[in-house]
Design a protein around this ligand. Sequence first.
Ligand code: ZN
Ligand code: FE
Length: 254
Amino acid sequence: MLEIAQFVCLSDNYGYLVHDPETGSTASIDAPDAEPINAELDRRGWSLTHVLVTHHHFDHTAGNEALKEKWSCEIVGSRSDRSRIPAIEKKVEHGELFKFGGYDVEVIEVSGHTVGHIAYFFKEDKHAFVGDTLFALGCGRLFEGSAEQMWQSLSRLCELPDDTLIYCGHEYTESNATFAMTIEPENELLVKRVDEITALRSKNQPTVPSYLGLEKKTNPFLRPHVREIQRVLSMEGCDVIDVFSEIRKRKDNF
Ligand code: ZN
Ligand code: FE
């Protein structure tokens, strides 16, 4: 089984290290900041072999060059976004499978937050690293892509098994939860989840990762087809993409 180390980087980014104990391969998912990543590697006695970049934003790539310099690790990123990813070496694209140690990793294109954003799905252990696409109870802002693109990306992620663990790029869950309650206040599972999130955050504990199955039942951005949500938005019978787009707009102004 893969081992995962999770720690805070910058103010609200998550750093993740994925380690294969058999081969010693260790990947950093994104590189928000080299210093806490190196500290975690030291603490665990692991050597960095890869950086798997989800998208080009600075808070996901700022440490690429320093990590490559120190570890001679391979920087992996989206082929279509290669010009914006510092120190990229291996370029990958949607549908591609590559080996990480003894494990298969599938590349899933999830454009919307940025164009060329990708997610990494570790197939055997069902870990999905989704960057700033699908958050716990939220979704990424549409900086470059359209609502339609983001909806297509989220729909792709929803095809993964329900017991997939979703690791997102930021701890935004508490504010996402407050917003989610305005969209589907009578979803009992959501109400229960919000209580759990409040309790975790009051102890400064992470709310990430979360199971995809739970996101599907509670995350408003995965539920534009739900009649009760359409009713709250006065959009009964509307196109799912239009409903999704409205939820995203409301969150932008929340
Ligand atoms: Zn971003
Ligand atoms: Fe980010």
